[in-house]
Design a binder for this molecule. Structure first.
Ligand code: M6R
Length: 606
């Protein structure tokens, strides 16, 4: 995780570095720091906590210099203290790092034996000492960096400054992403193109193993064998607009309310004016796919689990799904001609990217569903079917989730049509229901006050159970994840039918149990589970449609009536009430909704 930026030019570096860090804060906010070269000397300011603390410190102690690096941290090695904040430096070198150096213990022991004094608990500090040690042995900054990179195991994106070299900034990457920006009188580096968007849209993405020398007027790129190579300059379409909250008090709330328009935007390129399905040409034929594998993490994995139900039910296509962090380590065999669907909002999640490579090496065609078109996952895929959700800033994923569901359902319908597993009329009916989902979500959003009021009751609870069956089972897990990550209330999502096999022991009069139960074919079964909870004094919060609420609303603690939809599209609708409930519970408990503790938006370490 972590975000890094770098600048070399004719202007002061610090303002650019701070603006870049502000745009990268989604990658971590445990501490932040910048270093510049002032008259050839390394100067740095670092602060524990959010970027605002660094900004305040810099007001009192401004840094000057036209070359600099900056960092926003998500702590891995060492507590989130100022001493562990980047940049890490010696008298010769300053380094910012995103990633993990796996062999740092042995390198540190080696360097300490040589007399190097370490001042942090981080893995990163070994890089500064390694390069410095090489320079003390007579190497140039370029030679010293290249030699040090070859000693590192693990993942890194680096920005490096050298005392006495105001005309040089070095960037390097292996595993973690790094973008280089080309300006008129300046060159930039950043963890993503978004960090550089206000300065330039001319972006080069380093390939794995590359390192680059940045000068004010040019960039020289080397591959992992130090050979000078050309890498393409892309024109980024990212806007440099400051992304604001508008009238909303948090990005998360704004993003929840954006869902009707995001779903419409995501659907638009996939349907014709007459509401017929029109997906991009795929590099495989659904008829010949023996098995699909869906890989993702967190919320994206719950979207994938809904996708599994859709592909199996609608297209009769066998689907394996796994969490990306588990998948490759169990070394699963993959079928010839298989397809892997990789789902990720950021397109940078390290576990998901590693799972993609595992599937690719085993001959799978890679279809990715990502929200960031220039991301590492998008670039490593055979085809990208994008979610057009726009930047998602809140750490809790909301609009990206419903956009992922939108793409998955469109793909499942495409597969069903090609494989002839559903009549055309059924496919058309589902598509019509999908196109109508933005309106239905609009009605749920108009009931926001209901969830706000319900959340008042979450003020003092310590546990919540979310239950659902079939397509709503993944939504139960998503509801629980949303609640725990932003309100810090312990929550579990479970398939309702499984409750009697263990979780029922948790039920008492203090435990809120959120049931997601539209009046579909599973309703009667879920009703039995609801009765099992009420019989034991549990506080059932029922989310259903009018028919469901009419049937049993009077016998539960609270019942909320949601619009009726074709059951197949219900996951898109039921995502919204659990988002609103989690959001308002977090507000009631006074947590940092958009930047919850210990989390980061993009998880670029394994
Ligand atoms: O960027 P990705 O979709 O790959 O991220 C995956 C998870 O880290 C992410 O969904 C995480 O679980 C969210 N914070 C959930 O709200």
């Amino acid at each position: 995780m972590c975000g890094i930026v770098g600048f070399i030019g004719k202007k002061q570096a610090a303002p650019f570095l701070l603006e870049g860090l502000r745009r990268l804060e989604y990658r971590g906010y445990d501490s932040a720091g910048i270093a510049t070269l002032d008259g050839g000397k390394i100067t740095k300011v670092r602060a524990q906590g959010h970027l605002s603390f660094l900004t305040e410190k810099l007001k009192k102690n401004p840094l000057s210099g036209c070359v600099g690096i900056g960092h926003t941290r998500w702590a891995t090695h060492g507590k989130p203290t100022e001493a562990n904040a980047h940049p890490h430096s010696t008298d010769l070198v300053a380094v910012v790092h995103n990633g993990i150096i796996e062999n740092y213990r042995e390198l540190r022991a080696l360097l300490e034996n040589k007399g190097c004094i370490f001042t942090s608990d981080t893995d990163t500090e070994v890089i500064a000492h390694l390069i410095s040690d090489n320079m003390r042995h007579g190497m140039t900054p370029q030679q010293a960096t290249s030699a040090a990179l070859k000693q590192l195991d693990g993942a890194f994106a680096l920005g490096i400054l050298f005392a006495g070299h105001d005309d040089l900034l070095i960037g390097a990457r292996r595993g973690s992403p790094l973008a280089l920006g080309h300006g008129a009188d300046a060159m930039y580096l950043g963890s993503d193109a978004l960090a550089l968007a206000p300065q330039t849209n001319k972006i080069t993405y380093l390939e794995d193993g590359d390192w680059a020398e940045l000068y004010t007027d040019r960039i020289v790129i080397h591959d992992s064998s130090d050979v000078v190579v050309e890498r393409k300059i892309h024109t980024s379409s990212l806007t440099n607009d400051v992304i604001g909250k508008g009238p909303y008090s948090h990005f998360m709330l704004k993003e929840i309310f954006e869902q009707p328009s995001v779903i419409k935007a995501t659907l638009e390129p996939m349907i014709t004016k007459d509401h017929a399905l029109a997906l991009p040409a795929l590099p495989f034929n659904w008829k010949n796919v023996p098995r699909l594998t869906i890989l993702a993490c967190g919320t994206a994995s719950y979207a994938g689990l809904v996708g599994k139900y859709w592909f199996e039910q609608l297209a009769q296509l066998p689907v394996e799904i796994d969490l990306a962090s588990e998948f490759r380590y169990r070394e699963p065999p993959m079928p010839q001609g298989g397809v892997a669907i990789i789902i990720s909002q950021s397109g940078e999640t390290a576990d998901t990217l590693a799972a993609l490579h595992y599937a690719k090496e085993r001959g799978q065609k890679i279809l990715s569903i990502v929200n960031v078109p220039q991301s590492s996952i998008a670039r490593a895929s055979d085809i990208v079917v994008p979610t057009l959700a726009g930047p998602e800033i809140g750490v809790a994923s909301t609009k990206a989730f419903t956009a992922q569901l939108t793409v998955l359902l469109a793909l499942a319908l495409d597969a069903a049509r090609t494989r002839g597993t559903q009549p055309d009329s059924r496919i058309q009916d589902i598509l019509t229901a999908l196109c109508d989902i933005p309106n239905k979500i609009g009605s749920v959003l108009r009931q926001e006050n209901v969830f706000q009021e319900l959340a008042q009751g979450f003020d003092t609870v310590s546990d919540v159970l979310y239950l659902g069956r079939g397509l709503l089972y993944p939504l139960a897990m998503e509801g629980a994840l949303k609640l725990k990550e932003i309100s810090y209330i312990h929550a579990e999502g479970y398939p309702a039918g499984e409750m009697k096999h263990g979780p029922i022991a948790l039920i008492d009069e203090k435990l809120p149990v959120v049931f997601m139960a539209p009046s579909d074919v599973l309703f009667e079964k879920t009703l039995s589970n609801i009765q099992e909870v009420t019989a034991r004094g549990g506080k059932v919060i029922l989310l259903s449609d009018k028919k469901g609420v009419d049937a049993i609303g009077a016998s539960v603690f609270r019942a909320v009536s949601l619009p009726s939809v074709d059951p197949i599209v219900s996951p898109l609708l039921y995502a919204v009430p659990v988002q609103l409930l989690a959001y308002h519970a977090a507000v009631v408990r006074g947590t940092n909704v958009d930047q919850p503790r210990n989390l980061a938006k993009s998880v670029t370490v394994e």
